[in-house]
Design a protein around this ligand. Structure first.
Ligand SMILES: [Zn+2]
Length: 64
């Protein structure tokens, strides 16, 4: 791969990570709910406990 290809992949990766982080608590929830992860249905911290163990979204974002 050329340097240009690597840079393009890095830019795409950064954009995908930005979007995933932005929408990680955008799962369908009841009105007034704090939001849940669309992948594992874990509730958004600090009120909730965050992603459930093994959540793929948390793994990609580098969270515990
Ligand atoms: Zn999750």
């Amino acid at each position: 791969m050329s340097v240009k290809d690597v840079e393009a992949l890095r830019a795409e990766n950064a954009e995908l990570r930005r979007l995933l982080a932005k929408h990680q608590w955008a799962g369908l929830t009841p009105v007034k709910s704090i939001g849940v992860c669309p992948e594992c249905a874990g509730a958004k911290p600090p009120d909730g406990h965050g992603h459930r163990p093994g959540c793929a979204v948390a793994k990609v974002l580098g969270e515990a």
